[in-house]
Write a protein that binds this ligand. Structure first.
Ligand code: FAD
Length: 297
């Protein structure tokens, strides 16, 4: 009989003294060890037997992972150990990146957000990750350390497939840097879930718009979509429509239609592919209309 309440399997908890020690251990135990922060994804996956490991490497507190800083020139840096709740209540985030606050607050419940991190949400590489779209439209760049040193990876080139990223053995994401938001930026995150709290998105839509003198419409829009393709994606054709055409209810509807046509969702327990496609159109139109109403005031 299947045990309906399985516990965590036996594994070793590793607490390295430094980032370089963590990277070395992870590289030496590739496939058997993984880094973790909040554990809200990996404990569940380990319990369910979807993830099999011998070691979990706790990266909380290692160099740079507790950082949450804003600099007017450099932007916002969110360390790997910084929780969703810390992000959502930070005064600089509230002032400069209100769309990130909205995205973080859409994740599960307050209790879960006390553990869950933005970097864990990204590194888990689920197409449904609720903070990923907003970090994408804000042009986030991941700061990564490995046994061969440091490198940066634009978030737009980080995801390969569900649960798979370009990280190499022994590499740890220490933080993400979001550049200063464009002047006049307005952003929203729309999440459709089966209930208001504690469920993954059926569809997630992150929209950001701002005045942009170089485009014919005078504005630039960025649109990222969750849960509707193997990896989080940007609706590039929809963005181009709003760059080329005067912003009206008609061009917004056309862009929303283009977003719908760009996605390749699957049927699952949360919703059918057909429903997801239509919800991409509806939520994108709703989000664009909301952003435009504020931009056009
Ligand atoms: C009840 C419940 C509800 C949930 N609801 C939502 C929801 O509404 N929306 C949503 O998006 N998610 C949801 N989740 C999923 C999860 O909470 C989030 O993805 C969370 O942000 C993960 O962060 P974490 O720090 O707990 O990640 P962890 O579990 O610590 O790690 C997640 C993955 O990332 C890897 N990783 C972590 N840190 C690093 C690093 N620094 N470098 C390299 N790899 C790393 C780990 O090896 C692991 O594979 C839910 C989970 C549960 C249990």
């Amino acid at each position: 009989m299947i045990n309906p309440h399985p516990g965590l399997p036996e594994l070793e908890y590793v607490k390295p003294a430094s980032l370089s020690e963590a990277c070395k251990f992870l590289a030496e135990h590739d496939g058997a060890a993984k880094p973790f922060s909040g554990g809200t994804d990996c404990f569940v996956r380990l319990r369910d037997g979807v993830m099999k490991l011998d070691y979990l490497v706790d990266i909380k507190g290692l160099d740079g992972t507790n950082e949450l800083t804003f600099d007017a020139k450099k932007g916002l840096t969110i360390g790997a150990a910084v929780t969703m709740n810390q992000v959502a209540r930070n005064k600089d985030v509230i002032k400069h990146y209100p769309n990130l606050v909205q995205a973080a607050n859409s994740v599960a419940s307050y209790q879960l957000r006390n553990r869950a991190t933005v970097i864990g949400n990204i590194c888990n590489a689920s197409p449904a990750g609720d903070t990923i779209g907003t970090c994408l439209v804000l042009d986030g760049v991941l700061n990564v350390t490995g046994t061969e040193g440091k490198r940066t990876i634009p978030l737009s080139s980080f995801f390969l497939a569900p649960g798979r990223t370009v990280l190499k053995a022994g590499e740890v994401v220490t933080s993400i840097t979001l550049p200063p938001p464009p002047a006049g930026m307005v952003g929203v995150y729309k999440k459709l879930g089966r209930n208001i709290i504690s469920d993954l998105s059926i569809v997630g839509v992150a929209v950001m718009g701002y005045p942009y003198s170089k485009s014919p419409s005078g504005y630039a829009f960025r649109i990222a979509l969750a849960s509707v393709a193997p990896v989080p994606m940007e609706a590039l054709k929809a963005e181009a429509i709003l760059s080329e055409k005067k912003i009206t209810a008609e061009s917004i509807a056309e862009a929303a239609e283009a977003a719908m046509n760009a996605v390749t969702p699957i049927d699952d327990v949360r919703g059918s592919a057909r429903y997801r496609k239509q919800m991409v159109r509806n939520l994108t139109r709703e989000a664009l209309t909301e952003v435009w109403a504020t931009l056009n005031k």
